[in-house]
Every structure is written in structure tokens, then in C-alpha cells.
Design a protein around this ligand. Structure first.
Ligand code: ZN
Length: 273
């Protein structure tokens, strides 16, 4: 599943389309998580792509008269294709951009079709999908006092808390396990039992893990590829994730696995308290 770093890498990969004007839209399959607006071609025609930003795992493509809110769901991938490149299976949506001398295609592929492409001509941050999202992990708003306030009365396990997008966005399953390892905190501890000092370390750890994953091009457990077709390689550097029974890189203890909220969680019984 694409997590925040993959989405950010995708956004960066799409920046060559900025200032292009839409000249055609082809929708081969409307049924994503929500049906794709069947007027999309009429709406987007002749509109210029002004900018690309990101909020959580949503990419916001700003056009002259509104926004496309894009979510990759479980298996969405976006590539920039040339006109010569024939669509393959699961290439559901093509948006053609006139770039002056050439045309470029924004091509959305999604095997499982849990992704979303939604048009809005209103403030996208007020859209129901985005309005209740917590702060970005790399923003100053996400700091130790903020997180401490959030956890201090929560009985929920700490791993579930940091994966709650109302608390902080973009800390998916892999990055939650990795951040907790770096912070030395067991994933199955109750949120309210975690001391302020530990929260400080945890916030720092989340920022480090997310930042370094973005730098390395995102993780690629299943089928994530960045827009230029290169696969990320952060998975080679996971310290605990998917490393059950392998030696801890820090102390040689075997990495343990437990299920938390139906998700696999990995930790070192010695390095994490
Ligand atoms: Zn260890």
C-alpha cells in the first residue's frame, strides 16, 4: 500500500506536468473507490495545471477552476507516459497535457481500484476526506506537546494512536513499526502510559523515519514504483518491519511479531521497553 513517502515521491515525479494544459481525458473505467466524474473531460479541457501539493496521502492537483483530489488507495500508480505508449491492463484514466512542443499523459493505473480521483471546485482542505486530518508529520505543528496532549488520556495502544490519521497523517504500518523501534518504545504499550520524555523521542523518530523514506524514494513492498519507473529501495533498510526471527541490527535479539488492530507489528524485545 502506498504510504506517505511514496505519495510524496509520486507528487514530486509529476511536477514536469505543471503549466501543461489539458487537451483530452480518457476514462476506461469509472469505478474507483468512488465513481470518477463522467464530465471530467469537459471540466478539465483547456485548464492549466497550476501546482501539485500533498495533504496526508492525498495529492492535490490545482487547476484554474478547481482541484483534483487524488488518492492511490491500495495499489494506485501514476506514471507520465508519452502518446506512443499504449495503455496496459488497469490503466484506467489518461489525462493528456499539451506541454507546448509535445503531449504528455498523466496515466492512472490501479489493480484493486480502491484509489480515488475526485474533482472539486471548492476549498479542497474543507472536503470531507481532508477536513479532519491531523497535522503533517514533518510540520512544526506535530511536536511533543501536541502528541502528549493526544496520548495522555488514550487507552489505545501507542502503535494504533500514531497510525490514526486524526492524530497525525501518513504514519502507516511500516513506518509506525520503524519509528517505535527507533524510539525504543514497544508498539503494544498503552498510549497513556508513555512518558513525556519518550513522546519527545517518538516525535523525533517519526520525523526521521518519514524524512529518510522520502529521500530514498519511498518503500516498495508490493508494487510501488515512482513515476519514472524506478522502484524505491527503503525496504532493504527496514530495521524491524517484516524481519520476524531475524537478528536485531542493534543487539542480535530475534525480532518479534504481534498483531495489533489486525496489522502485523514488529519489534525488538530488548531494545524497546
Ligand atoms: Zn534489539
Amino acid at each position: 500500500m502506498p504510504e506517505l513517502p511514496e505519495v510524496e515521491v509520486t507528487r514530486l515525479g509529476l511536477t514536469p506536468l505543471i503549466s501543461g494544459k489539458v487537451c483530452d481525458v480518457k476514462i476506461r473505467n469509472h469505478s474507483l473507490r468512488w465513481p470518477v466524474n463522467s464530465n471530467l473531460k469537459t471540466i478539465l479541457k483547456s485548464q492549466e495545471l497550476k501546482s501539485l501539493s500533498r495533504r496526508g496521502k492525498y495529492i492535490l492537483a490545482a487547476f484554474s477552476s478547481g482541484y483534483l483530489i487524488i488518492h492511490l488507495g491500495m495499489s494506485g500508480k501514476i506514471s507520465i507516459a508519452s502518446e506512443k505508449k499504449e495503455p496496459i491492463k488497469h490503466d484506467h484514466i489518461d489525462i493528456y497535457f499539451n506541454m507546448g512542443k509535445s503531449k504528455k499523459i498523466f496515466r492512472y493505473n490501479d489493480t484493486r481500484r480502491f484509489g480515488a480521483i475526485i474533482w472539486t471546485d471548492e476549498d479542497p482542505f474543507k472536503h470531507k476526506l481532508l477536513s479532519s486530518l491531523g497535522p503533517e508529520p514533518l510540520s512544526d505543528q506535530f511536536n511533543a506537546s501536541y502528541l502528549y496532549e493526544k496520548v495522555k488520556r488514550k487507552k489505545q495502544l501507542i502503535k494504533s494512536t500514531i497510525m490514526d490519521s486524526n492524530v497525525v497523517v501518513g504514519v502507516g504500518n511500516i513506518y509506525a513499526s520503524e519509528s517505535l523501534f527507533l524510539a525504543g518504545i514497544k508498539p503494544q504499550r498503552k498510549s497513556q502510559k508513555i512518558k513525556k520524555k519518550e513522546i519527545e523521542v517518538l516525535v523525533r523518530s517519526i520525523k526521521i523515519v518519514i524524512q529518510s523514506a522520502i529521500k530514498k524514494g519511498g518503500s516498495t513492498l508490493n508494487d510501488f514504483y515512482s513515476v519514472n519507473g524506478q522502484s524505491g529501495y527503503f525496504q532493504n533498510e527496514h530495521k524491524v518491519y517484516a524481519r520476524e526471527n531475524q537478528p536485531c541490527t542493534n543487539c542480535d535479539e530475534k525480532i518479534s511479531q504481534i498483531r495489533i488492530s489486525q496489522r502485523s507489528s514488529f519489534y525488538c524485545n530488548k531494545c524497546q521497553v
